[in-house]
Design a protein around this ligand. Structure first.
Ligand SMILES: *[C@@H]1O[C@H](CO)[C@@H](O)[C@H](O)[C@H]1NC(C)=O
Ligand SMILES: [Cu+2]
Length: 497
C-alpha cells in the first residue's frame, strides 16, 4: 500500500555534492533546479531541499569571504602583493591618498590641500571629528598672505625653509622655520609665511582643531581686495569703515577694491630678504627650546637602535601643547627595518608619511564585526562593546604623502622597504598620559604576565610562550621581514658554499 519513500537525504546529498564541485555564483540556481527536478519528493520535501541549498550556499560563501589564516602557513611574496591591492580597494577607511584631499587654495605658486572631515570617511572617526588635516605647499620665493582662522593649529615643517610670522596679543613673533619644527598657532592668530628658499618647495603639515563649528574652519583675510582673496573689511559698509579708520571713502574704496593675485603669491628677492632677516639669531636657532617652536629631530630619541629612531614632543618639551592635549612623534625606520607591533593606550595617531616607502598592518575589531560570519556568530544588535569577535587585518602600502589614522588601542606595525628609510610623522590626539605598549621585543606586554596567565591565556605551557615572547632582544624597532629574508638567504648561501 505504502509507496516506497526515497531516501530524501540521499537525494539532497547528491544535490549538495554536485554543488560543492561547482563555483559559487551559478550554484544556488543549479542546486534549486535539481530540487525542482527531483520527481520522487513531495512539496514539503522540495521546500526543505530549497532551504538546504540556501543554507549550503551561504555557508560556502562565508568560507570564501573568510580571510586566509593571517600568518600560518607562510605565504609567498606574490600573494602578499595581491593582497595589498585588494585591501586598498576594499573597505579600508584608515588610509588617505592624494585623491582623498580637497584642494582648498591653489595658485600657480602653491596650494593648500585639506582632508575632508574624518567622519565623512567613516563613522569610526567620531573621536577625531573635531580635527582636520591639511598640507600647505609653497613654491620657492613666495608669500602666503596674512590671515587668521577659527581653529587651533599645530604645524609641522616637513620640508623646506621659511619664515613664519605670528601676530597675537599685540606682538609679532617671527620664526625662521626648517624641517622638524613644530609650532602651535593659537586660533585667531594673524599669520603669514614666506618660503625664503631659492629652490626648494616648502611643505607644512597642519592639524587643526576647530574652535567654532566642530570639524570645520574658515580663513579670514584682512589684507586682500575685492577678490582673490577678498578682504573681510570689504564686507562692512563704508560709513563704518570711514568712521573706524578715520579715512575718506574714496581712499578706502581704492584700498579694498583691488583685484589681488591669490593667497600664495610671488615675492621679490628684496622683499624675501627683508622679511627673513627679523629674527636671525633671535628666537631661532638659539631659542629652540623656548616659547616659540621646538624641533622634533633635535629631541633625544626615546627609542633608538640600528633599525630606527623614535622622537617625541609633548607638553613637557613644548608648553604650548598643554591645553591642546596633542603630542607629536617621528619614527625614522631604517631601510629593511620595522616598528612594532605596538599600540597607543589613549592617543589616536594621525600620521603622515614624510619620506620613503613600505607598508603597515593593523588589527581592527571594528571592521571585523562588519564582515558577515563574525557578526552572525555573536554580535547582538545595539550592543556597543563587542568581545572576541575577531579582527580585520588592515594592511596598506605606504608611500610619501599618505596619511594614516591609527586609533587608540589598535595594535599596528610599520615596515620600511629594503632600499630606503621610512619616515613617519604623527600628530597624537588625546595624548596626555598616553603609553606606547610594546607587543614584541624587550619588555613586551606578554613577557610581563605571570607564567600561569601565559599558560591559561595561550593554552600552552608557559615555557613555550616565554620562549617565543623573549626571543627578540631588540626593542621597538626590529629587523623587518624583508631584511630577515635577505639575511636568511645569505646564511643559506653561505651554508651551501
Ligand atoms: C633617519 O635615519 C637616518 C639613518 O638611518 C639618518 O641618516 C637620517 O638623518 C634620519 N633622518 C631624520 C630626519 O632624523
Ligand atoms: Cu578599528
Amino acid at each position: 500500500m505504502m509507496k516506497a519513500r526515497p531516501c530524501l537525504f540521499c537525494l539532497l546529498f547528491l544535490v549538495v555534492v554536485t554543488l560543492a564541485l561547482g563555483t559559487i555564483d551559478s550554484d544556488l540556481k543549479r542546486c534549486k533546479h535539481q530540487c525542482k527536478a527531483l520527481q520522487q519528493i513531495g512539496e514539503h520535501q522540495r521546500k526543505e531541499c530549497y532551504e538546504m541549498c540556501d543554507k549550503y550556499h551561504s555557508e560556502k560563501q562565508r568560507d570564501e569571504e573568510e580571510e586566509p589564516s593571517s600568518f600560518l602557513p607562510y605565504r609567498g611574496r606574490e600573494e602578499e602583493e595581491e593582497e595589498y591591492g585588494e585591501q586598498e580597494k576594499e573597505n579600508n577607511p584608515f588610509v588617505f591618498e592624494d585623491q582623498h584631499f580637497i584642494t582648498g587654495i591653489k595658485t600657480q605658486h602653491g596650494r593648500v590641500r585639506v582632508l575632508p572631515k574624518f567622519t565623512e570617511r567613516s563613522k569610526l572617526f567620531k573621536g577625531i571629528e573635531n580635527y582636520r588635516f591639511a598640507i600647505l605647499e609653497a613654491n620657492p620665493q613666495t608669500f602666503v598672505v596674512p590671515n587668521h582662522w577659527d581653529a587651533d593649529t599645530v604645524l609641522f615643517v616637513a620640508q623646506g625653509r621659511g619664515t613664519l610670522n605670528l601676530v597675537r596679543r599685540g606682538k609679532r613673533n617671527s620664526f625662521n622655520i626648517r624641517p622638524g619644527d613644530v609650532i602651535r598657532v593659537y586660533a585667531g592668530t594673524t599669520a603669514y609665511l614666506i618660503n625664503r628658499d631659492n629652490n626648494e618647495n616648502l611643505f607644512i603639515a597642519k592639524l587643526l582643531r576647530s574652535v567654532y563649528t566642530p570639524g570645520q574652519f574658515e580663513h579670514f583675510f584682512g589684507p586682500g581686495g575685492r577678490e582673490n582673496p577678498e578682504s573681510f573689511y570689504g564686507a562692512f559698509s563704508s560709513e563704518i569703515l570711514e568712521a573706524a579708520l578715520n579715512t575718506r571713502g574714496d581712499r578706502l574704496q581704492r584700498l579694498f577694491g583691488q583685484e589681488r593675485e591669490g593667497v600664495i603669491i610671488r615675492a621679490s628677492e628684496e622683499q624675501i630678504r627683508q622679511m627673513s632677516q627679523h629674527e636671525e639669531g633671535g628666537i631661532w636657532p638659539f631659542g629652540g627650546e623656548s616659547k616659540g617652536s621646538v624641533n622634533i629631530f633635535k629631541q633625544r630619541p626615546s627609542q633608538s637602535n640600528q633599525y630606527g629612531q623614535f622622537h617625541e614632543v609633548d607638553e613637557s618639551h613644548y608648553r604650548q601643547l598643554e591645553d591642546l592635549d596633542i603630542s607629536l612623534s617621528f619614527g625614522n625606520i631604517t631601510e629593511g627595518g620595522m616598528l612594532g607591533p605596538i599600540y597607543s593606550s589613549r592617543a589616536t595617531k594621525i600620521a603622515v608619511v614624510v619620506d620613503g616607502e613600505g607598508y603597515f598592518e593593523m588589527a581592527c575589531p571594528h571592521l571585523a564585526s562588519k564582515s558577515g560570519r563574525r557578526q552572525r556568530q555573536g554580535s547582538e544588535r545595539g550592543r556597543e562593546t563587542r568581545i572576541g569577535l575577531g579582527y580585520q587585518k588592515v594592511r596598506s602600502r605606504l608611500r610619501r604623502g599618505m596619511v594614516l589614522i591609527i586609533p587608540a588601542g589598535h595594535p599596528f606595525a610599520a615596515v620600511a622597504s629594503t632600499n630606503q628609510n621610512l619616515q613617519i610623522f604623527c600628530f597624537n590626539v588625546n595624548a596626555r598620559d598616553n603609553e606606547v605598549v610594546p607587543l614584541a621585543g624587550r619588555n613586551n606586554v606578554v613577557s610581563l604576565l605571570e607564567r600561569e596567565a601565559m599558560e591559561l591565556g595561550f593554552g600552552l605551557p608557559a615555557r613555550e610562550v616565554e620562549q617565543i615572547f623573549r626571543s627578540q632582544q631588540e626593542e621597538f624597532f626590529f629587523q623587518g621581514p624583508g631584511g630577515r629574508q635577505q639575511r636568511e638567504e645569505r646564511e643559506l648561501g653561505r651554508a651551501d658554499a
